[in-house]
Ligand binder design. Structure first.
Ligand code: NDP
Ligand code: MG
Length: 390
């Protein structure tokens, strides 16, 4: 029996985690859940799973849920704000936290969970991007596992099992290429938010869908892979594979390549992370190789999709450079979703922030400095682009 909390239970990964729980023959027990403001979805989850603890980031929403629980589920405790998320991540009763909030808001609760010796099923890649070194060192010190949920990292993790890190030649990180694969800068000038949100293979939250369209998602994943698998950036290669059947590969020093394949269904890596090292029953459709057609591979276009290049650059600089990259990206994506900027401006904003904040690259790598710098980057962007102060 495994007792878990889900941070971000109402989102795309959160909802699919609930499905993994439904499929677990009662072996996974949902103790704590969080959301930002999706009150109706949280009520539904409470109705079905009756967790003991709930936290809503948004204060108003937490009041609504508190009233609802007082009336219908008096045994459920309700919390709010970031302290509420931390509470759910560190509950005495749980063994594992699924971190499926979106954005670097997941940083504090993830660190707190590790300090409380909880294993982490990690979907929230932004946390690892901004604080990979801190998170991995803390995990080692507290003897907790960081189990990747991101499909590529789950594939790498599976392809590494039974082998030694020193025998790796490189990590081959696959990318679907997103909805704009093959397009030129000229063709991307006037794309709409709706087109950018339409991912060809995966149905995901809005932020990661936009990241997939700019290829920043792959950039964040390169940094995620660097920290998870302690691999140099020069040994992480992105390969565009539009069919999304090979979820990533590892090339060993003898040139053997080990890959993990499967249908594009996030329940597979979620289930693997929650049951590791065991494998549980079939939750996704098996691959039908006869119906699959050709599997193809391309080099990513780093001139058109500059975000991927910026991520490599920020990762190689190290220190707080990925914090600037990530903060600028989160804020720029939020502006695009509000239709305040155009698609190609995401990369422009990130490039500008990387230059404006370059004196902060090597500030001391502490949790406080990361949070402070992230705030500064966001304020800079909001002032300039959202409020229009030039
Ligand atoms: P969604 O947008 O679908 O869900 C986000 C979740 O986080 C929701 O529960 C949401 O609550 C909550 N949330 C949003 N903002 C805040 C906030 N400010 N404070 C607290 N909680 C908040 O995202 P996804 O599930 O798509 O992605 C989650 C993470 O997993 C991301 O880091 C993403 O990169 C990663 N990931 C996702 C994949 C996917 O297939 N979706 C694949 C691989 C990785 P509410 O509903 O109330 O807004
Ligand atoms: Mg991924």
């Amino acid at each position: 029996m495994k007792n878990i909390s889900i941070l971000g239970a109402t989102g795309s990964i959160g909802t699919q985690t609930l499905d993994v729980i439904r499929n677990s023959d009662g072996k996974i027990n949902l103790i704590g859940i969080t959301a930002n403001s999706s009150v109706d979805k949280i009520k539904e989850i409470i109705g079905e799973f009756e967790p003991k603890y709930v936290a809503m980031m948004d204060e108003n929403s937490s009041k609504i849920i508190e009233e609802f629980c007082n009336k219908e589920y008096p045994n459920i405790q309700v919390f709010s704000g970031i302290d509420g998320l931390v509470k759910i991540a560190t509950l005495e009763e749980i063994d594992t936290v699924v971190t499926s909030v979106v954005g670097m808001i997941g940083l504090k609760p993830t660190i707190a969970a590790i300090e409380a010796k909880k294993d982490i099923a990690l979907a929230n890649k932004e946390t690892l991007v901004v604080a990979g070194e801190l998170v991995m060192n803390k995990a080692k010190k507290n003897n907790v596992k960081i189990l990747p949920v991101d499909s590529e990292h789950s594939a790498i993790f599976q392809s590494l099992s039974g082998y030694k890190n020193k025998d790796i030649n490189k990590i081959l990180l696959t990318a679907s290429g997103g909805p704009f694969r093959g397009k030129t800068i000229e063709e991307l000038k006037d794309v709409t938010v709706k087109e950018a949100l339409k991912h060809p293979k995966w149905n995901m939250g809005q932020k990661i869908s936009i990241d997939s369209a700019t290829l920043m998602n792959k950039g964040l994943e390169v940094i995620e892979a660097h920290f998870l698998f302690d691999c140099d950036y020069d040994n992480i290669e992105v390969i565009v594979h539009p069919q999304s059947i090979i979820h990533s590969m590892v090339e060993y020093k003898d040139a053997s390549v080990i890959a993990q394949l499967g249908s594009p269904d996030m329940r597979l890596p979620i289930q693997y992370a929650l049951n590791y090292p065991e494998r549980k029953g079939m939750i996704a459709k098996p691959v039908n190789f006869y119906e699959l057609g050709a599997l193809t591979f391309e080099k990513p276009d780093l001139e058109t999709f500059k975000c991927l290049r910026f991520a490599y650059e920020a990762g190689k600089i190290g220190g707080l450079a990925p914090t600037i990259l990530n903060g600028a990206n989160e804020e720029a994506v939020a502006l695009l979703l509000k239709e305040k900027i155009k698609f190609l401006q995401i990369a422009e904003i990130i490039e500008e922030c990387m230059s404006v904040f370059k004196e902060n690259y090597y500030d001391e790598l502490t949790l406080d400095n990361i949070i402070e710098l992230d705030k500064k980057v966001r304020e800079y962007i909001r002032t300039k682009w959202e409020l229009g102060v030039k």
